[in-house]
Ligand binder design. Structure first.
Ligand code: OGA
Ligand code: NI
Length: 330
């Protein structure tokens, strides 16, 4: 806890342990290309989602039906939480709710990332809300409403994806997306963004992730065709990321986006990642409807528990589950 970037960045220092190796340092992102923006009110949104998920593994959604005030209030309490004193942020740690910095492997990682995180389970609410932060005082009430809205949106998007893939529209509804988590990221201003990263290149270890970014503060980049593309913050939009599990379930039809976060010199950036995950004992495998003699399964099956424990234990954030994505069946 004493390592939280927000507790010491004010002294203006850039500790050596935050300097990333030269090959990982951010250069200028490529200009000209933007990730697709899908209007969920448009008649062809399913086609657009499928295309974006194949080409970019990432897209933004507008007209998503999550009320603007719900989003604004959630972003306010997320910012307020990270602005608390280190003492107030030192919530009682449980398996389902904790505060950390850089990655879960802070003690063993080769270098650190410029971010603090608040993580918690979301569903079922009655089981987990008691572990959520008590400060700011409105946190629980506001975030309960926010996560309920995001859950609805998440299942709508999964249904569109299922339709687009041609699998049962309920394929994701029961076991595959019920275990929802929220990760509230905070990236304080950094004295030298050219030497640091907020988060290293990774794929999300989830089915899909729905990210809320602060208005106007850039930081997220996606890797496409060997280039880094900046993801424009659009007010009132969400960024949807195809996760590694979706790549496997779709038998490679959809692509998990590789992405990273760069830091800013003057501006703090707060984001919230709402992830739809499977239950721990759920078997992850290519959907049966997508596999036949001419489309053999590209990935082995494994339990989500196996996957996530290996992911959490892995030394390298970026390569943690390459083994699952490259483990073709015998
Ligand atoms: C994540 C992530 C991006 C961001 O939480 O996995 O990639 O911009 N976040 O905070
Ligand atoms: Ni991510």
């Amino acid at each position: 806890m004493e390592h939280l970037v927000s507790s010491w960045y004010n002294d203006g220092s850039l500790p050596e342990s935050y300097i990333v190796p030269p090959e990982d340092r951010p250069g200028m992102p490529s200009l000209g290309e933007n990730i697709p923006v899908v209007d969920l009110g448009a008649h062809d949104h399913t086609t657009q989602i499928l295309k974006a998920s194949q080409e970019f593994g990432m897209f933004q959604v507008i007209n998503h039906e999550v009320p603007r005030n719900v989003i604004d209030e959630a972003m306010s309490v997320f910012k307020e939480f990270h602005a608390l004193s280190a003492e107030d942020k030192a919530i009682e740690t449980s398996k389902s709710c904790y505060v950390y910095t850089s990655t879960q492997n802070y003690a063993t990682e080769r270098f650190h990332f410029w971010r603090d995180g608040l993580f918690h389970q979301c569903n079922p609410l009655q089981k987990y809300i008691q572990f959520w932060p008590e400060k700011p005082p409105k946190y629980r009430e506001v975030v309960a409403i926010y996560t309920a809205e995001l859950r609805k949106l998440g299942f709508r998007i999964l249904e569109f994806i299922a339709q687009g893939l041609g699998v049962n529209p309920d394929h994701f509804r029961n076991e595959l997306g019920e275990n929802e988590t929220l990760l509230v990221n905070h990236y304080p201003p950094c004295p030298d963004p050219s030497l640091t990263l907020g988060l290293g290149k990774h794929r999300d270890p989830v089915v899909i992730n729905i990210l809320l970014q602060s208005d106007d503060v850039h930081g997220l980049q996606v890797f496409k065709d060997e280039e880094w593309i900046g993801v424009e913050p659009i007010p009132d939009a969400f960024v949807v990321t195809v996760g590694a599990l979706m790549q496997i379930i779709s038998n490679g039809k959809l692509k998990a986006a590789e992405h990273r976060v760069v830091t800013n010199l003057d501006l703090a950036r707060t984001t919230a990642s709402f992830a739809l995950n499977p239950f721990y004992d759920t078997l992850i495998e290519p959907a049966k409807a997508l596999v036949d003699a001419s489309n053999p399964a590209l990935y082995k099956s494994f339990s989500y528990n196996d996957f996530i424990s290996k992911y959490r234990a892995a030394a390298s954030y970026s390569t943690a589950f390459e083994q699952f994505l490259s483990s073709t069946p015998d």
